[in-house]
Each structure stands twice: as C-alpha cells, then as structure tokens.
Design a protein. Structure first.
Length: 745
C-alpha cells in the first residue's frame, strides 16, 4: 500500500477503528456498515471481529490519488490485532486467516460499490484451508469465488468470463447448480479462472496476501467514483463528496455444507409492511449467492426446520435490532456449522405502502411518535400509492407467476438487457427489463424500465432490493421463464414464446406475469381522496395514509393551492384538499377540440372573421370560469392571462413543412396548409433554455391580446365573477381532509 510522500510531524489523524471503538453515531466517519457493525458488537451480538478504515481516508485518496500518511501502519497494526485474536495469520499456508473487504458509505448503496470475499487465499493457503476445514470441496469453492471476485473487482476482468466458464463446466457435468460440482471440478475451475486472469491482464494472479489487501482497499475506495455508484447517488440525492469506508472483517463461511448457509432477514415485510418473519436463506452458500440471485432461495421460515437453534438466535437478534434502531431492519447473516453470525444491519429499504404501514405500526407500539412517523414517509411515496393497479376482472393471458418483490402494475415492451432498455425508453417506449438476475451493472436499465422481471432470485436479491428503493414494480424468481439471448426471446413451459419488444404486464403485488397490456383501475388511495371509496373497502393502508396526512395537515404552516386550468382540475383539487388555485393558465382552456377555433382566430384576415372566432370562444371560456369559481366556493383563484407563443396553437413547423413539400411534389392542392405554414413561420419562436441552440425572434401578435380578453372584458358574466383574480380567503379556507366533500356554509 503506497503512502503519501509527505510526512507530517503535526497531529496524525486516526484512520482505522476496531469495531470495539465505534458506534452507530459515527456513521459519517465509519460509514453505515462500519458504524452498525460496531454498534452490534456493543450490543453483544455475534459479529465477526474486524476493523474499519474511515471515509476521511477515502476522501483523501480520491482528492489526491495517494493514501494519507500513517494509514499503512494503522492497517498493519489492526490486522496484527485481528491475527492475534484469531490465532491465525493472513494467508498462512497451514492455517490461514481470511478476511472480507467491504464498502460501507454513510447512506446505504446496495450493490453499487465493490466487495471482495475470502481474501488471503493462494495456491498454498487453499491447501491449509482444506486441512483446517476438513473439506477439499469447500476450500476450492472459496478459492474460485475469491479469484473471480478479486479479478472482476480489483483487476478489471469481465465477470462474464468467469460466469461463462462456470456455466460450461455445469453443462459438461449436467449439473443444475454449483452445489453438484465436486472438489476436483472446482479445483479445475479455479485453474481456468487463474488462466483467464493471466490472459486478460498479462500478469499472474497476485498471491501475496498483503498485496491482495492493499489492492482491494484501493479498489473499494475507487468504486465510489464508479459509474453505477454515481448514477445511484444522483437517483437517491446522495452527495458525491462523502466517500466510502472500508470494512475488513474476519471471514465466516456459509458454504461448509448443509449445516451452514447464508441469508437476509427483515424484521417486517419490506414489500407490504406486515409484521412477521421475512427473508431468504440459502444452505451451503456464501452471501453473494443470495443477493446475486444465482440460486433461488428458500423462505426464511424454512430455516427453523433445518437449524432450530440458529433460527431462534436469529429471531432474538432481529428483535434486539428493531427495538434498538426503532425501525425496520435489514439483516445479513451467515451460519457456519450451526453457529450464527450477524454480518450487517441497516435500516431496511421499503416500498411506499410498507413505509406508511410501518410508520403507523411503530406509533401504535409506542416506539415513535406521529411527528417521527411523518418524517418516515414522503410525497413521492404517496404519489406512487396513487398509481393505478391491474383490473383483476380483465380477461388477461397469464404467462407465469414469480415472487412479488416490489408492488405496482407495470406494462411495457420486453428488453433483455440494460442497453436495450435504455435505448427503447429514450425512444419513448415503456419497458420491462427481463433478466435471469440483475447485477449493479444493470442499474441504468432498471432506472429506464417501468418494471423489472427476473427468473431467479428472491425478495432480497439485487433486483428486489434496488427496485424497492426506486419504487419500481418488480417480480423475481419466475422460474418457468427461460431467457434465450441468442434468439432474443422468452420461452414458457406451455410453449408460449415472447419475442423481445413484445408487450407484457407484471403485477408486483401478486407476482403474476401477463401477455399484452392489462387494463388498470384506480388505486384505493386515489378513490379515498376522491371520496368514492366505500367504507367496506378501506384497508390498513388507506387508514395509515389518512392518519399521516391528517397529522401533516395539523402540523403544516403553509396553505396548498393547486395548478388547475379546467373545471375538472379545479373540482378534483378541491376534493384533494387544495385551498384555492395558485395558478390558472388560461391558454390551457383553448386546447383539445377548441384548438381549431384558435386556429381560425390566428388565421383570420378580417375583423369580422376574428369576431366570429371570439364569439365561439367566449361562452366556452366564460363557462369554464363559472364552474371553476363554483368549485372553489370563495377560495382564492389566481389567473394568468394568456401569453403563450401563438405557434403552440398551430401544427408543428417541421411536420407541416414536410406535408406542404410532399403536396407540392405530388401536385396536390394544399392551400389551407400553405396558409397555415405562413402563419406558423411568422409566429414561430424558440425557448432559449431548450436543448437545441436554434433560436427564433419572438413576435407579438395583437390577436393574443384579443384572445386573452375573450372571457375577461366582454359579456355580462365578467363583472359577476371578479373573484377569479381575488386573493380573498373564504370562511372554508382551513378545510381539513376529513371535511372533504362537504359543502361550505
């Protein structure tokens, strides 16, 4: 590990902390993972020993490209303590200590940065691991995992090369999963992995454990600046200058046989918020197998039959952590030969429905108050709950059913890779990203897609966790789904074939996958706000939404007014609790079928023609204002007189130009279009803030003034409705959500 060339004789900062030295309050310095590992150690939970390199060290490295003075010595000191406590040395050929090197930023970024497991293995220490564990298969399984992970993470070798080699070996052995490969198979696979590294990098795989550790630390620091991490931070509004900590943790093994395994547990269902035991477990597996969706998991409850002692210990740890953190906890754990270890906890990501339910549950349990509960939900989540869902009575063709991982109803064209999803979305298509399993490199496609469907994985797989965090509909573990990348199609046991680009619908609440576009119905939350939800259909989600919105209404200091341009918008905003209209844009009153009348006004070549057009528009606009003011019932309404660029009421310049040019070439009469084109060119203007650099001068047309006054200056109704621009506050201005639908006195 190269240190900075400059040596400071002044105060030396502390860059490395043992777990016993930290705590949850230090998450800015130790990152979320390091702070929580330290906190769990303080709580007496079974956490493997380790230490954390601070985010400050990462920021120093990212700023100058060198590590801070003294970091190398600190790491060596803490590693020595770890070796002394374990009674083993890193990479010892007879009895090796192995460690994991994991990222851990202030805010959870699942799968976005790098991790290396089983660090310390080489051609000699793998033999010591086999002797120590009593299992040749386990030792070679760990070594092949380490080589592929280190090579892809640190050395930049494509992970697909290793996945391809594994798939070819399974095919030759007719093995359904890697569990069916024996020690000899895994030994030969490891040799092939080492050959791939040599061919791709021109250098042998590094065998010195100290060098492995140094390079892994630098790789984790550097992954903070990776493309997928930057994209995720933009989506989640996480600052770019926080940096990541690095956690060096003693390895514990879930791949030592059927009395070992790994899993992820949630203290409540992150999809629905329901109380209970939720999560995934894989016997004879390491942690990345669960989140990568390489094998389909079993439900966490099944662990009780496999290992009742470890299961009981896990339930106790779950209860301790939720009580301590006062929130839904996401817990990663490993069982090594029936002994439970807790590897990580964090506040679990959840769907909007789960967020509202859990917040109210915790209030009822006396854990938090309503103010805290309100801070755990947000407007974006509420909007998501107002999206429509599939119509269960529709005649839909069900293709298959998977595990519902993130609720919602998503319809779109099948895209079988991230690049295709992004391209089709850029073209304006709704897309469903369909993969065997997703990985962090699929993030751009997941962002672009309306929904995500995988044939492997569980509720804690990468696809499920990231989709929930983004509020995307997701279905995983659709095992019947066979993805053929050669023919770019999906195959079902029924014989059905769905080509890439065909439309499918996925239901994140039931896990159902349908062919074609399934009709949708309004969500219960929208129907509740509209006042059309029968009492018999109110469920705990609607109750939670009402409870928290009521509390927000009682706490707020600002009134909320709506953007409403039509009577329907005004009436709906009133039902939703708006206390007036903050902006009524009158130009929107002249769209739709009325646009033809505006065209007549713009093209009018005489005062009489203008008057005829205005006479058609006047009663329409006057009627709109009457209905809007009646809907507001004395509440303030702010009206913006029409001031749009008039070309917006006319056909698109490019399309019209093409139409006229074709008509001329074909000698087709197009006097009307010719006349329109003259007007469009005369009135055309360009927003200087638009993406294109082309700009046209703005022309003012006096007909805009006449159009603006169509409902304001003429006729008997104008004087009767001066309230439309008033800021007077009616008696009902402090209307509450529970009063929606009542008439004001």
């Amino acid at each position: 590990m190269a240190a900075s060339a400059t040596t400071s004789t002044a105060h030396m900062a502390k860059y490395v902390y043992d777990f016993s030295e930290g705590g949850m309050a230090m998450n800015d310095l130790l990152g979320g993972k390091g702070a929580n590992l330290a906190e769990m150690a303080k709580l007496g939970l079974p956490v493997p020993p380790g230490f954390t390199i601070t985010t400050e060290a990462c920021r120093h490295y990212l700023a100058g490209g060198t590590l801070p003075d003294g970091l190398e010595a600190e790491v060596e000191e803490h590693l020595g303590r770890l070796e002394a406590a374990a009674g083993r040395r890193l990479g010892d050929p007879d009895d090796p200590l192995l460690v994991s090197v994991r990222s851990g930023a202030r805010f959870s970024m699942p799968g976005m940065m790098d991790t290396v497991l089983d660090l310390g293995l080489n051609d000699r220490s793998v033999l010591g691991l086999a002797k120590q564990s009593g299992s040749q298969r386990f030792a070679w399984d760990s070594y092949r995992r380490f080589v592929s992970m280190f090579a892809s993470t640190v050395l930049g070798v494509s992970a697909q090369l290793f996945a391809g080699a594994l798939d070819r070996l399974k095919s030759r052995r007719t093995a359904a999963s890697d569990l069916e490969l024996d020690a000899e198979d895994l030994s030969s696979l490891t040799r092939e992995f080492l050959s791939i590294v040599l061919a791709e990098t021109g250098r042998p795989f590094p065998s010195d454990p100290r060098r492995q550790l140094s390079e892994a630390i630098l790789a984790v620091f550097g992954s903070w600046k990776g493309e997928r991490a930057r994209l995720y931070r933009r989506l989640q509004h996480i600052a770019d200058d926080l940096g990541t900590a690095v956690n060096v943790v003693t390895m514990v093994y879930g791949n030592l046989g059927m009395d070992s395994g790994t899993g992820v547990a949630f203290t409540r269902d992150p999809s629905t918020g329901r109380r209970g035991v939720y999560g995934d477990y894989l016997p004879d597996a390491q942690g990345e197998d669960v989140v990568a969706g390489i094998r389909n998991t079993m439900q966490l409850q099944d662990l009780e039959d496999l290992n009742p002692t470890a299961y009981a210990g896990l339930l106790e740890a779950m209860s301790t952590l939720e009580t301590h953190y006062r929130d839904l906890c996401d817990i990663e754990f490993t069982i090594e030969r029936s002994k439970l270890f807790i590897l990580q906890t964090r506040i679990g990501k959840r769907t909007p429905a789960a967020a509202f339910r859990i917040a109210c549950q915790l209030v009822d349990e006396g854990t938090i108050n309503l103010d805290e509960a309100l801070g755990r939900v947000d407007g974006h989540g509420l909007v998501t709950l107002m999206f429509p869902s599939f119509d269960g009575s529709a005649d839909a063709v069900r293709l298959t059913t998977g595990t519902p991982a993130s609720p919602g109803a998503a319809v779109g064209k099948v895209a079988l890779d991230s690049a295709t999803a992004v391209r089709r979305a850029d073209d304006g298509d709704q897309v469903i990203l369909v993969r065997r399993e997703t990985n962090p490199d699929d993030l751009a496609g997941m962002v672009a897609a309306a929904g995500i469907l995988t044939s492997r994985g569980g509720k804690t797989s990468h696809a499920a966790v990231v989709a929930r965090g983004m509020g995307k509909t997701c279905v995983v573990a659709a095992e019947d789904l066979s993805i053929d990348l050669k023919t770019r199609s999906l195959h079902l046991p029924s014989g059905a074939v769905v080509a890439e680009g065909e439309v499918i619908s996925i239901d994140g609440g039931t896990g159902a996958v349908y062919l074609g576009a399934v009709p949708v119905v309004a969500s219960p939350v929208v129907r509740f706000f509209e006042g059309s939800l029968p009492e018999s259909e109110r469920d705990d989600l609607v109750e939670a939404v009402e409870r928290l919105v009521r509390h927000a209404d009682s706490r707020r200091r600002l009134s909320v007014r709506a953007n409403a341009d039509t009577p329907a918008d005004a009436a709906r905003s009133r039902r939703f609790g708006a206390e007036g209209i903050g902006l009524c844009r009158t130009e929107h009153m002249f769209l739709g079928e009325r646009r033809k009348v505006v065209e007549q006004l713009i093209l009018a070549d005489s005062p009489q023609a203008q008057r005829e057009a205005l006479d058609q528009l006047l009663p329409l606009q006057r009627g709109d204002f009457v209905e809007m003011l009646e809907a507001m019932d004395g509440l303030p309404v702010t009206v913006r007189l029409i001031d749009p660029p008039l070309h917006e009421f006319l056909p698109d310049l490019t399309e019209l130009s093409v139409r006229v040019a074709l008509a001329r070439l074909q000698h087709v009469e197009s006097a009307g279009d010719e006349r329109l084109l003259v007007a469009v060119r005369r009135l055309h203007e360009q927003n200087p803030n638009a993406r294109t650099s082309r700009r046209a001068p703005r022309h003012h047309d006096p007909r805009a003034d006449r159009l603006a006054g169509a409902g304001a200056r003429r006729g008997r109704g104008a004087a009767d409705h001066r309230r439309w621009a008033s800021h007077h506050r009616g008696d009902g201005a402090r209307r509450r959500l529970g009063e929606r639908g009542r008439d004001r006195a």
